[in-house]
Design a protein around this ligand. Structure first.
Ligand code: MTE
Length: 321
């Protein structure tokens, strides 16, 4: 049974995603009509004078629930939005929330290029608009051995890639996060090579479980969780879920990834959740669900083995970790 813990949302509080993601068009229209002075009336529209409305109060409309829900208890929303990894905003778990306002998400464009028939740079609104939003309740398992259960709002990455028509040479997908050292305090330090980059094999990227998220807990993604667009790949360690994406490139060869560049012995390209392969400095056999004290066993592929194990048939997962 699906346990729904989100507070009841009145339909009057919901921002229609069509409107939400057409917000700049909408605002341009208002500006042309000379009514921008009344912008505070449009509570919840990012990019308006009321953009200060916290993301989690800007509700999203979505087809609910999407496939692949779980009946596990959702992680407390406050925990999921104040205990984060987002090195662009600082290396402590509390830094991303503290520095969230430094991430500038408006305007936002995403470039899709490389091995595609129709490359382009496209406004976020236009990128998202054709895709019905769904709620997906996924476990997220961090390589640091903590885990969460989060109701994401997003759409399959594969549906987006198909729109840009991958060529037959597209074997991998490379992702790149925002590069903005002027605003992002972490990017003024050498903790990682910037921008943050990640990669998937094309079959992983096209898999039905892999989504691009634009929201969580029924509302717009808070900056510290990777606004306005992040990847979620639930059978891989959390660091594969790259945040604040500005470029998606299809490639013939395997792309570099931030954590593999930083510590190749510790973080491989695949990074599938695997209790049988320890991190060189600690075991991956168990995990602590945020909000619980007793540790629980970690499941192969984070519990999604029935859907994804076949992608790795014949591979030595000790070597391809
Ligand atoms: N994406 C970017 N751009 N920068 C980062 O530092 N950290 C990763 C991943 N995506 C990171 C990132 C790591 S290590 C984890 S565990 C998850 O984001 C954490 O996601 P959460 O903070 O939403 O739980």
């Amino acid at each position: 049974m699906l346990i729904r813990q989100a507070p009841e949302i009145r339909s009057s509080e919901i921002t229609d995603p069509g409107l939400y993601f057409r917000r700049r068009e909408f605002l341009r229209g208002l500006a042309a009509a000379g009514v921008t002075a009344s912008l505070p009336a449009m509570a919840g529209l990012p990019g308006s004078a009321s953009a200060a409305t916290p993301a989690l109060e800007r509700k999203l409309d979505f087809r609910s629930p999407g496939p692949f829900a779980t009946d596990e208890t959702w992680t407390d929303r406050d925990d999921a939005t104040r205990y984060n990894n987002f090195y662009e905003l600082g290396t402590d778990k509390g830094d991303p929330k503290r520095n969230a306002h430094r991430l500038v998400t408006e305007p936002w464009k995403v470039t899709i290029d490389g091995e595609v028939a129709k490359p382009g740079t496209i406004d976020l609104e236009d990128l998202i608009r054709p895709h019905p939003l769904e709620e997906r309740i996924y476990r997220l398992r961090c390589v640091e051995a903590w885990s969460m259960v989060i109701p994401w709002v997003g759409f399959p990455l594969g549906d987006l890639l198909k729109r840009f028509q991958p060529t037959s040479r597209a074997k991998y997908v490379a992702f790149e996060s925002i590069l903005d050292p002027e605003h992002l305090p972490g990017q003024r330090r050498n903790v990682l090579d910037w921008p943050y980059v990640e990669g998937l094999r094309i079959d992983e990227a096209m898999h039905e479980l892999t989504i691009l998220a634009v929201g969580m807990y029924g509302a717009v993604l808070p900056n510290q969780n990777g606004a306005p667009l992040r990847l979620v790949v639930p059978w891989k360690y959390g660091f594969k879920s790259i945040k604040s994406i500005v470029r998606i490139r299809l490639l013939e060869t395997q792309p570099p990834t931030s954590w593999n560049i930083s510590a190749p012995r510790e973080y491989g390209f695949y990074s599938n959740v695997n209790p049988a392969v320890s991190h060189p400095r600690w075991s991956q056999k168990r995990e602590r669900r945020i909000g619980e004290w007793r540790k629980r066993p970690t499941l192969p592929f984070n519990g999604y083995a029935d859907r994804v194990a076949s992608l790795y048939a014949g591979m030595d997962l000790n070597k391809s970790f």
